[in-house]
Design a protein around this ligand. Sequence first.
Ligand code: MN
Ligand code: MN
Length: 382
Amino acid sequence: MNGSDSGNVPQPQIDGRGGVDTGPRNVMLDLQNPDLLTPPPTDHGTLPNMKFSFSMAHTRMEEGGWTREVTQRELPIATTLAGVDMHLNPGAYRELHWHKEAEWAYVLEGSCRIGAVDQDGRNFLDDVRKGDLWFFPKGVPHYIQALEEGVEFLLVFDDGSFSENSTFMISDFFAHTPRNVLAKNLGWTPEQLERMPEREKYIFSGQVPPPLESDRVVSPAGDVPRTFSHRMHAQEPLRFDGGTVRITDSTNFAASTTISAALVELEPGGLRELHWHPTNDEWQYYISGFGRMGVFGSSTLARTFNFQAGDVGYVPFAYGHYIENLGNEPLVFLEMFRDPRFADISATQWMANTPPQVTADTLNVPRDLVESLPKTKRPVLR
Ligand code: MN
Ligand code: MN
């Protein structure tokens, strides 16, 4: 775009405030962030950045797939959780590995096989597809392999300083162990280790695996007592006028002891109501649609951010916020928390369950208006 089609170019100017931006500018970014360019007049003061897009993150490309991450380094306020977006071509592997953080994952497209073995030698193997999730506790070793259609998934780790580039890989471990020690450990001869990789493999090509049942190993210790996979999208949603909500936490997915989540689908014009979370920060991933989030940080501070597919949002603990669908298609996003239980406080429910005269006197509205508020929660509405 250039000056000749300035009629289509948004300007930082509204209702007699601001002025035309004739200087160097990134119009594509301005178009994606209308509430940054011309913020609602209710925005005020300086709040930290709470948005980062995977499209602004470095892509690590490997033979077999790619990955990129949004961590505390990209989004400094995001201290509790970090996210990774990963794609594996059909049959490709994410190598056998482990890490210091627990791993929660949501399958965005396609399908993959996931396997893990816990500290008691109990094993886990399952196939997961779009809408399913998994959870691997910290330190538990695991692998991922794409099935015939390939796979893209979102990984969420329970520490903002996590990096996908510093996990513990079996090839890296063995490449840095003397060969005679490794041979003794495995009961093999050094000659049998000759073709072992000299560096980490990380993501690499492979053949699409056989059907799940023929890939299973029977451990004498049995299976893991609590399955590491869960069909999140297959959950019957909570339905409201304006959209649906699916909540997955340790109450319906027992293995997920450190991360809880909600999958929200907001219809056009729908609103994720004014609320906050009484336990922890919120890390968001936007799957489709276009919308905005207003965040209130007390002491007059408020800021508005726009989001679309592939963006990450963040809300500090206790900050009030809402999310509004501004587009013509559903706005679909995940809310994640470093907490075993999902919890939110609804401003409306709070008001409706407080003696009505108190709220009426506080907000300068008639008492009967307060009495008309619903006493049960409406997480989304129209
Ligand atoms: Mn992992
Ligand atoms: Mn929230």
